[in-house]
Design a protein around this ligand. Structure first.
Ligand SMILES: [Zn+2]
Length: 484
């Protein structure tokens, strides 16, 4: 097993220097989050890297590696975490000096998918009977381990974890116990793996490949796919991917499942998926919209928890007991994490995923993958901060917004005059749906095409990017809620 450690203090300081100092003057504490995940390098061999990545939570978020491990199998012991723990303890106790200012350092969270979380916390896997990392319930076997209890769950605590109170949950100790973190709360439910690649994918597989009863007909599947492809030109360029048809479901990436879960699914399934299944999906879609946006979350977190409770219990009625596998079950715990971290994007693997993807592309052949990555990372060191994509471009798909008045707004000309843009404004907003709640709470509206006027709108009020599409004689605007 090859191993390399970048001293955290140095790499963190190099990163901090990239930010304009004016941006840092009001900031005393810098939040860091970490990601530990396996990265398979080649389809043909088991060769994998186990990088530990760090994200600096400033605008824009910057990700860099702190340790790189490469070998033919997953790590057999947890010593690859020792340097990270030592560096982090040092940084937390003495802070980081930059231009005569000492910044406090705070560990926000450690993001992992479920198998990696079990590995680094040295606990049973989520497929085991005591596998839930958030509550102590014992799983029940229905073809695989499921979690049938949905109410009055006994939550794990840092103290109970450190004392290994529920012995069956633990394999042993971990170097991470030496960090001053909450061993339960610091490991959030990651919505990228558990909601997008977990629950959303599971639902799509049931509807398109599942057993008769819940499965759509061939014609219906084709119709959903054709609607998805139809949306392609309307997807704002802030999205890295355009929708693909359901026949390519196995190849969909996490961002495609997110796009479906938060936005496109509501439109493309409408009138096709069985009504009761559609309403059930809508409750999931709405709740995830609430949890990714810190604004809606502040107002509706209690409602979100009730809705998730409904989603899980109703899911069992619709799809059977096997629906309550680990990923679905953890939806009962996810609201608490969203609240704790002020929105799911602050504690998700999305920001790390693109870095992992870049790292994978750094490896061009099978000879010494680690040194190839190290060389490329060295070359990238001088790169400036990533600039965020432009909101308004000359393309129609990047000109849809929802105003504070809830009116839809189409910027006609991207050049501004006297601080305003000429816009087509869609008045008289109507909710797209009323069940499970009024869709206006997540910024989803429909407008009659006849109720538009041309107006000059002040640029500073054109801020909520939206996806705009046609449905019959109505125009739909959906606010983009996740963090870009
Ligand atoms: Zn649980």
């Amino acid at each position: 097993m090859e191993y390399l450690n970048y001293p955290l203090r140095d790499t963190f300081l190099d990163t901090l220097k990239k930010y304009p100092f004016e941006q840092l003057t009001d900031c005393d504490t810098v939040n860091l989050s970490f990601n530990i995940d396996g990265l398979q390098l080649f389809k043909s061999s088991g060769k994998a890297m186990w990088p530990v990545l760090c994200a600096v939570h400033l605008k824009p978020i910057t990700v860099f590696p702190i340790t790189l491990t490469c070998g033919n199998k997953r790590p057999t012991d947890l010593h690859f975490l020792d340097d990270m723990v030592a560096d982090l303890n040092d940084l937390q106790s003495s802070g980081l000096q930059h231009r005569e200012k000492t910044f406090k350092v705070n560990v926000l969270c450690i993001v992992c998918d479920a198998p990696a979380k079990a590995l680094v916390r040295n606990t049973k896997l989520c497929s085991g009977y005591y596998g839930c990392d958030k509550c102590t319930q014992k799983g029940q076997w229905f073809n695989r381990v499921t979690y049938q209890e949905t109410e009055e769950l006994t939550l794990r605590t840092d103290e109970a974890f450190r004392h290994q109170t529920q012995e069956e949950h633990h394999h042993g100790n971990t170097p991470l116990l030496n960090l001053p973190i909450d061993m339960v709360k610091a490991f959030p439910i990651d919505y990228m793996h558990q909601a997008c690649l977990g629950v959303m994918k599971k639902l799509l597989l049931i509807w398109s490949r599942g057993e008769k009863g819940c499965r759509m007909s061939v014609t219906q599947i084709q119709e959903v796919s054709s609607r998805l492809l139809h949306l392609k030109p309307e997807i704002p360029s802030i999205f890295s991917r355009k929708p693909r048809g359901l026949e390519e479901l196995e190849r969909w990436k996490a961002t495609e499942f997110r796009q479906f879960m938060l936005y496109t699914g509501k439109v493309v399934l409408r009138g096709i998926l069985r009504d009761d299944l559609y309403l059930h999906f809508l409750s999931f879609s709405v709740v995830m919209c609430i949890l990714v946006s810190s604004t809606t979350l502040k107002q509706y977190s209690q409602y979100a928890q009730q809705l998730l409770q409904y989603f899980v219990v109703r899911g069992r009625e619709l799809y059977g007991k096997t629906f309550l596998v680990y990923n679905t079950h953890t939806m009962l715990h996810i609201t608490a994490d969203a609240v704790l971290f002020d929105g799911l994007d602050n504690c998700s693997a999305f920001k790390f995923e693109s870095f992992l993807h870049t790292m994978k592309r750094m490896v061009r052949n099978g000879r010494c993958p680690l040194s190839q990555v190290v060389k490329r990372i060295e070359e990238r060191k001088e790169e400036p901060l990533q600039v965020q994509k432009q909101k308004i471009t000359n393309s129609p798909k990047d000109r849809a917004f929802v105003l504070d008045s809830e009116e839809g707004c189409d910027v006609i000309d991207e050049t501004e005059k006297n601080g305003c843009h000429l816009c087509r404004v869609y008045s008289n907003p109507q909710p797209l749906f009323l069940e499970p709640c009024n869709s206006s709470i997540i910024g989803v509206f429909q407008y009659k095409n006849t109720t538009t006027t041309m107006r000059w709108i002040p640029c500073e009020t054109i801020k909520s990017i939206a996806m705009k599409t046609q449905m019959g004689d109505k125009t739909i605007f959906m606010k983009i809620l996740h963090k870009l």
